[in-house]
Design a protein around this ligand. Structure first.
Ligand code: C5P
Length: 229
């Protein structure tokens, strides 16, 4: 029997962190698809909690009730759709209001702790690409590759504005920019798991590059990393 047969296989993780509207979601999904890996959108979990709290009249400030609420939620991701207690909530969780709520509920340590096991459960063979704010620093500190993906607030606001306009939704660039800055500050300044580049993460600044270039950067870095190990 070889030594390998006794060593449990731990699926590899690529952790992609960064601020709101940095393109993390799209890039992470494309990298996962290209590698045939699973995908975790950790921000969606905080968004679902904000939505469920709103539906249950629980304040986004009520740490104890929010942590309790998490235990009662049945969350499913399937075919690019998000289900909460068997109801499709994909559009609702993507709203600006719920995004803001997510960054409010995310400051509470008890809630963050209540979501840890669920996030770990996504780590399945052959591998996982996870996006969020604390994937590299807290949830998957042993990730094989860590990327900190960012762009200037103005570029991110412009991308968000164009996304909304493409969906014929009313959008005010200045308001989007202000909301993004407010969310960045809240995410960077909270005491538990703040948004920060892990010391061993590669910086990927996408203000002047497109999605395909960013995806290629991540895949090349991952393959180069795998070769050298
Ligand atoms: O990435 P997304 O915009 O969907 O995340 C919504 C909010 O959830 C973020 O502004 C952040 O406050 C919170 N979040 C977090 N930790 C994560 C992912 C998201 O605190 N890993």
């Amino acid at each position: 029997m070889s030594a390998n047969q006794n060593t449990p296989f731990t699926p590899p993780v690529i952790a992609i962190d960064g601020p709101s509207a940095s393109g993390k979601g799209t890039i992470t999904q494309l990298v996962a698809a290209q590698l045939g890996y699973h995908y975790l959108d950790s921000g969606a979990l905080y968004r679902i909690v904000a939505l469920a709290a709103k539906n249950n009249n629980i304040s986004w400030n009520n740490e104890a009730l929010l942590a309790e609420l998490v235990e009662q939620l049945d969350i499913k991701f399937s075919d690019n759709e998000i289900y909460l207690n068997n109801n499709k909530v994909t559009e609702k969780v993507r709203s600006e209001e719920i995004g803001g709520g997510a960054s409010e509920v995310a400051i509470h340590p008890a809630l963050r702790k209540a979501l840890v096991d669920l996030q770990h459960s996504f780590r399945q063979a052959p591998g996982l690409v996870a996006d969020g704010r604390d994937m590299a620093t807290v949830i998957f500190p042993d990730a094989k590759l860590k990327i900190f993906l960012t762009a200037t607030a103005e570029v991110r606001a412009d991308r968000r504005y164009k996304q909304l306009a493409a969906k014929n939704k009313s959008a005010d660039y200045q308001k989007i920019l202000e909301d993004l800055r407010q969310r960045d500050t809240r995410d960077q300044q909270r005491s538990d798991a703040p948004l920060v580049q892990a010391p061993d993460a590669l910086l990927l600044e996408t203000s002047n590059s497109n999605i395909a270039e960013a995806v290629a950067f991540v895949i090349n870095a991952y393959l180069a990393n795998a070769k050298s190990n």
